[in-house]
Design a protein around this ligand. Structure first.
Ligand SMILES: [Zn+2]
Length: 102
């Protein structure tokens, strides 16, 4: 799938899942509510996948760029909009990295 499709699809899935799981929770249909909670999880995973393939990360100190795997993207702590604290192999320490759209 193209990157933009991933983004649009996961955002739509997240919004619809929130609406429907709330709706079914309020009407007492907890099984359906649970199903849409699952949709919430899938939407989140797709969104992380989208951000994994769409961004590369630039060290704020040495300007080296790295790519993250899905797991590294999850584990990397966000310290702001498009900012993550990551280990830089060139600087040999944890430094803030800036996300750059590929
Ligand atoms: Zn560095």
């Amino acid at each position: 799938m193209p990157k933009k499709t991933y983004f649009a699809f996961s955002i739509s899935l997240l919004i619809l899942s929130v609406i429907f799981s709330l709706y079914f929770a309020l009407t007492g249909l907890l099984l359906y509510s649970g199903l849409f909670l699952l949709g919430l999880v899938v939407g989140t995973v797709l969104l992380i996948h989208w951000s994994t393939i769409s961004y590369k990360w630039e060290c704020s100190k040495c300007k080296d760029t790295i790519k993250l795997s899905f797991i590294e993207n999850v584990k990397g702590v966000n310290i702001g909009m498009n900012k993550k604290n990551l280990y830089c192999n060139t600087c040999n320490k944890k430094v803030p990295f800036n996300g750059i759209k590929k």
